[in-house]
Write a protein that binds this ligand. Sequence first.
Ligand code: NAD
Ligand code: SER
Length: 316
Amino acid sequence: MAEPPGDRILVTGALGQIGTELVSSLRESYGKDNVIATDIRVPDEESSFPDGPFSNLSVLDGTGMEKIIQEEGIGTVYHLAAILSATGEKDPELCQRVNVGGTVCVLEAARDFELKVFAPSSIAVFGPDSPDISLQSSPLNPTTMYGKTKVTGEILGLNYWKQYGVDVRGLRFPGLISWKAPAGGGTTDYAVDIFRAAIEFGHYECFVSEDTRLPMMYMDDAIRATERIMEADLESLGDSRAGYNIKGISFTAGELADKIAERIPEFTCDFIPDFRQKVADSWPNDVDDQPARDDWGWKADYDLGRMVDEMISNIS
Ligand code: NAD
Ligand code: SER
């Protein structure tokens, strides 16, 4: 392996739900010019984001990626580019190509240039045979293409660490709830979309049933977890390093609607499940995150009430 070309940061898929917030947070910590945002899309002309260096880059373009890594003096990659579960069920081939192919491109570049990598996994690694509260060690038998690509990502990440010494770290994010950027084609998007609909229209048609319970997390906790695992001492990380369970909040779609209605009394919600119900039913209700607590001191801050208050006040 060569020396890293520098100590700047490259973020793939930076215009997405997580990238929009992670890039801003990294720029606050490391300086605006030291974080290079990239995406296959280009930023909206009216948008103030990404407010700093941006390059158009597909994660399937290994040559383009290595060029940016060298020219921009990159030492760390936050690899966020992916096709999420609902889009992945509609176009499994694209999901496999981007999620597995893109991760291989990033890991190969990391191997060549001795880069540190953050590559997120998902609670979608679990399948119908997992317990309601899935453990770090629960079986990984997902039924969705997205979940299968995330299991592959974890296996690749751990393998690049063990075989080549590439410092790959990852988290199994729950469904993420945020207000700055729209959710990007996932099954948990209802828990984001419901807020804007409640505030703008006083009504939402939810695409999963009222009793659907899933692991979720407010974005501030997810960004904190990302920064925390990336700062953790190398020795503190165990074999879960490519995909630690992290627990946030677990609630049903009905409980979320009720909490919103406590703050917006005129709000009503209809539950009309579509193809995403099957995906949601294949995932656990919650996760146990003991290894993340033990290894690098993880604990979420936000509960359901606090998250709902933040979402409503920020969107309003
Ligand atoms: P998103 O869909 O909002 O953003 C993904 C970004 O990747 C988009 O901006 C898209 O334009 C870009 N992209 C797609 N194909 C690309 C390509 N070929 N090259 C470069 N960019 C490409 O997704 P997100 O919610 O920000 O998720 C980021 C990561 O976190 C993904 O790995 C996802 O699986 C994981 N994750 C997200 C959630 C969640 O609830 N948001 C939960 C679990 C895991
Ligand atoms: N929120 C993501 C999805 O629904 C889970 O990784 O696809």
